[in-house]
Design a protein around this ligand. Structure first.
Ligand SMILES: [Zn+2]
Length: 281
């Protein structure tokens, strides 16, 4: 009899402890979900999942959710001699293309394709009210720097063999001052060791925002470090309306650009590196 009483007592004690733990977890999840995200300027009605970790998991999982039409189309077109893959654009992806003519310049390394898709998903989840991320040039199907009848579309050495890509700034109008979309895209891309640097005209604005989110406990300090080191301020190559993402493979980027010319820019090699100057044309 004593043994039975002792066992019942133990069961009761365990259930009370379990109940307490459950209540504590619920409280923690609720406080993270509401105050921090709302403080970060995120809309409370955006249907955000509970935590940044959950959102990252969702973005990872969605990478593999290509619709069947796109899968079939890609199996026909994506494998080419240079081993590059055509950027998939399907009904399940928030990553859209800048315009149809870009499609012939959207061949990339698999890792490049996956990183920009993940960043687009993540941005859509974090800033659900924003416009979608749009992809522009990556490389031509043979790995060459994209070119058209007017000549090279990028500086010599850039956009070679699918290792770099151009993306739009989500949720961004030049005069709106809303930098949430582009900051979350930078954040997702810079989480990857595959991404080396991003050229943008809005480094200081993005850095201020990520520092604010760090101070509020939303993102880790590593994000501030990577924004500081790996966002490269650039206003000379139209990076006020698109970002340029460089992978760690810097193939072609060390090509001597002396006397190089593309569109209305000309390369000038200076003591601080190459500067692309707009010229009359
Ligand atoms: Zn570019």
């Amino acid at each position: 009899m004593r043994v039975i009483v002792a066992m019942v007592g133990l069961l009761l004690l365990l259930s009370v402890v379990a109940c307490d733990a459950e209540q504590t977890n619920t409280k923690l999840a609720t406080s993270t979900e509401t105050s921090d995200l709302e403080d970060a300027g995120l809309p409370s009605n955006a249907g955000l999942p509970k935590s940044l970790i959950e959102i990252k998991k969702d973005a990872d999982l969605k990478l593999y959710e290509w619709d069947s039409n796109e899968r079939q189309r890609l199996s026909t077109y994506s494998l080419n001699l240079s081993g590059l893959m055509l950027l998939p654009v399907d009904a399940l992806s928030p990553l859209t293309i800048w315009n149809e003519s870009n499609r012939t310049h959207q061949y990339g390394q698999k890792a490049t394709i996956f990183e920009i898709r993940r960043a687009a998903y993540f941005t859509a989840l974090m800033a659900a009210d924003c416009s979608a991320v749009r992809a522009a040039d990556i490389s031509d199907s043979n790995g060459a720097t994209p070119s058209d009848a007017a000549g090279l579309r990028h500086p010599v050495g850039a956009h070679l063999n699918g290792y770099s890509a151009d993306l739009s700034y989500a949720c961004f109008e030049k005069s709106s001052g809303d930098y949430r979309g582009l900051a979350w895209t930078f954040y997702s891309l810079l989480e990857s060791a595959y991404v080396a640097s991003i050229l943008t005209a809005y480094k200081s604005e993005a850095l201020a925002l990520i520092t604010d989110w760090y101070n509020k406990g939303i993102v880790e300090y590593e994000a501030v470090v990577r924004f500081t080191n790996d966002l490269w301020q650039d206003t000379t190559l139209n990076h006020d309306y698109h970002m340029h993402v460089n992978s760690t493979t810097r193939e072609g980027l060390f090509t001597d650009p002396s006397n190089s010319y593309y569109r209305c820019y000309s390369a000038q090699v200076t003591s601080v590196g190459t500067i692309w100057k707009r010229i009359s044309c």
